[in-house]
Design a protein around this ligand. Structure first.
Ligand code: ZN
Length: 213
């Protein structure tokens, strides 16, 4: 890279600072948070890491860094890490810590929401449309009907991936006998009660009874 320091064999290896905040000197680095290119001149934060070939910086857009690792951004600000840049940016041009903390908090709320929205297999739910089919029977599942989502396993080498397998309650017994079925009958009713949060408990109990659990 053109902006690498010249080699000086006699000099002691320089101690690299743990953080650098700067305007990107080229558009070549990729943000380790969002995986997008960091445009030349965009504000970025470098975190010193010990790699296979020695020390180097992992770069993030400054805003991305705040969203992902605010503690480190706080440290970098406390150390005035912009002074470590070859061409230090004017601190006036940097976002305030206050602003970055707000970004970090919003990102945290988003992560929590996603975590909550993630459903744990097995679960039961109300079909939101007429478009799905019972995987076991091929019958269409009507909008508003209860469907039970089981886990079907697929094997790739020594990895196992579980994918959702939606069935009508009356085909549940049959589905459980599928060779790659990852959901077991034992404890299934309890698991459905535990994991199915968006469904009327009465409807859930009817479905459990219909499924023969
Ligand atoms: Zn980014």
């Amino acid at each position: 890279m053109s902006d690498e320091p010249e080699e000086e064999p006699e000099a002691e290896p320089e101690e690299l600072p743990p953080y650098v905040i700067e305007n990107a000197r080229s558009g070549r680095a990729k943000c380790k948070t969002c995986q997008r290119k960091i445009d030349a001149d965009a504000l970025r934060i470098g975190v010193l890491v010990e790699g296979r070939f020695g020390q180097g910086y992992m770069w993030h857009h400054l805003n991305c860094g705040a969203k992902r690792m605010m503690d480190q951004v706080e440290e970098a600000y406390a150390q005035e890490a912009w002074l470590n840049a070859k061409v230090p940016p004017d601190p006036e041009d940097l976002p305030t810590l206050e602003k970055l903390r707000t970004l970090a908090e919003k990102a945290e709320v988003e992560r929590e929401k996603k975590e909550k929205a993630k459903k744990t297999i097995p679960y039961a739910e109300i079909a939101p449309s007429n478009r799905s089919k019972c995987k076991q029977s091929g019958e269409p599942i009507e909008k508003g009907a209860v469907r039970i989502i089981l886990g079907m396993e697929a094997h790739f080498g020594n990895q196992t991936r579980v994918s959702p397998y939606a069935v009508l309650p009356r085909y549940l017994e049959q589905a459980l006998m599928e060779p790659d079925m990852g959901t077991e009958e034992e404890g299934l009713a309890e698991a459905l009660r535990e994991n199915s949060r968006d469904i009327d408990p009465e409807l859930l109990e009817q479905a459990i009874a219909e499924a023969g659990l």
